[in-house]
Design a protein around this ligand. Structure first.
Ligand code: PLP
Length: 414
């Protein structure tokens, strides 16, 4: 069955299963326990049976229950791990969110489930033809224990645009934001403390129904899972060294480079691996028509600074319209910079004062050098007078709730 889930005996699932020793929900000292009991009783049933029983056995948790789960973050040992050792590897957390859509209707009846493996039929459209879209958002925990989401409705809109390009129905922006909130709150104890990192949120929309010939799936699954992520810069902001890619292109005109189609990511692995093998941090892509204009880095947009002017490649269907990019543009304008969205040629790199990248994962990241064919240009470290640094502090300040959010970009969860 396409829409069924098997239990994944990860540490998380086992942990939840262990709650099943108490079979009845008689002792609910906190609202949290009731949430756990709700799940554990389903899980117990599920575990006893077999792998791959219907997901409906794990009844969805209502929003109320999810929000009540807040209380257990206070008693948690921060999920029992050292926040200092967080890296960028996936970590199983407590809950994921799923919502289905059939051919007839829209998305409905979404809810939380214990984090677990999912079952897909081998003929699922996503597995054979790559019909799926992802987004990346993050949640920060503030000193007062509230949680900040950054522009979640913008990511919901991106998912809708991407879904349309891949012929998929998508959750409404309201459904998307609500699902993000519910998932983050249910996994609250996995959000690193303010200075230790953030919770990465991954919404995924896929054609989960079976197909044989190339066509859109008859059923779609929307899913959100979260992973705590450590600070990108354990030893401070180290500028990255980019290499300009001359053979491969990330995106082509009329393709899907401007949406987060999952197929965009497998196709950059080869160039990225070669760059890393040659000692570079990542790849900078050129346009596929002239191989002359800058597009972007593997998963981040690019900006160049010359005097008081900041330029970034104009969106034209082959560049990701990153929310970080868009936010940087607004912040820079407010701070009096001249911002130009236009074609930026490769030669301009050799004349720039600074180059930096912008994306959800890295926020802003300075570029130390760029290598193009046999030429290498290095950028001076300008310390606190650097433009990227000024913009970084403003953006990060808003995202982490350190400065007042005059833009109205953040959503606070208590
Ligand atoms: C996700 C992504 C970005 C950054 O987008 P944000 O919305 O800022 O996170 C930039 N380029 C590519 C190719 C991406 O996939």
């Amino acid at each position: 069955m396409v829409n069924s889930y098997g239990i994944f005996f990860s540490i998380t699932a086992n942990h939840l299963c262990s709650f099943t020793n108490t079979t009845t929900t008689t002792t609910t000292t906190t609202s949290t326990t009731s949430l756990l009991h709700h799940h554990s009783s389903s899980l117990k049933f599920h575990c006893k049976r077999s792998f791959g029983s219907s997901s409906s056995l794990l009844g969805p948790v209502t929003r109320n229950q999810a929000i009540q789960s807040d209380s257990y973050s206070q008693t948690s040992e921060l999920a029992g791990r050292s926040w200092n050792n967080l890296g960028f590897d996936p970590i199983s957390t407590d809950y994921m969110y799923t919502m289905k859509c059939s051919e007839e209707g829209g998305f409905s009846d979404g809810g939380l489930q214990p984090f677990q493996s999912i079952q897909l039929i081998p003929s699922a459209c996503v597995l054979n033809y790559g019909q799926a879209i992802i987004e990346d958002l993050k949640a920060y925990k503030k000193q007062d224990d509230s949680i900040l989401l950054f522009r979640p409705e913008e990511y919901g809109l991106c998912m809708r645009i991407g879904a349309d390009r891949l012929c998929m129905p998508a959750p409404t922006i309201e459904q998307f934001v609500e699902a993000v909130k519910v998932t983050v709150l249910a996994n609250r104890r996995w959000i690193p403390p303010p200075d230790k990192g953030f919770l990465h949120i991954r919404p995924l929309l896929m054609g989960s129904g079976a197909v044989l010939s190339v066509k859109s799936a008859p059923e779609f699954t929307f899913l959100i899972y979260v992973t705590p992520v450590g600070n990108y810069f354990v030893e401070g902001m180290k500028p990255i060294n980019l290499v300009v890619e001359n053979e491969f292109h990330r995106a082509t005109r009329g393709g899907v480079g401007n949406v987060k189609a999952i197929s965009n990511y497998a196709s950059i692995l080869k160039a990225q691996a070669a760059a890393k093998a040659n000692g570079f941090s990542d790849v900078l892509y050129l346009d596929s028509v002239h191989s002359r204009y800058l597009e972007e880095v593997s998963t981040a947009n690019i900006f160049i600074v010359k005097d008081k002017t900041i330029s970034t490649p104009v969106l034209g269907g082959t560049i990701q319209p990153g929310i970080t990019r868009k936010s940087v543009i607004d912040i820079a304008r407010n701070q009096g910079f001249q911002i130009e969205e236009r074609l930026v040629s490769i030669e301009e790199l050799f004349d720039a004062d600074e180059v930096f990248c912008a994306g959800d994962f890295v926020c802003l990241l300075p570029v130390g050098s760029i290598t193009y064919l046999d030429k290498r240009v290095s950028y001076k470290e300008r310390g606190t007078s650097a433009v990227w640094q000024q913009l970084y502090l403003s953006l990060k300040g808003i995202q982490m709730g350190l400065t007042e959010d005059k833009m109205g970009w953040t959503v606070v969860l208590q």
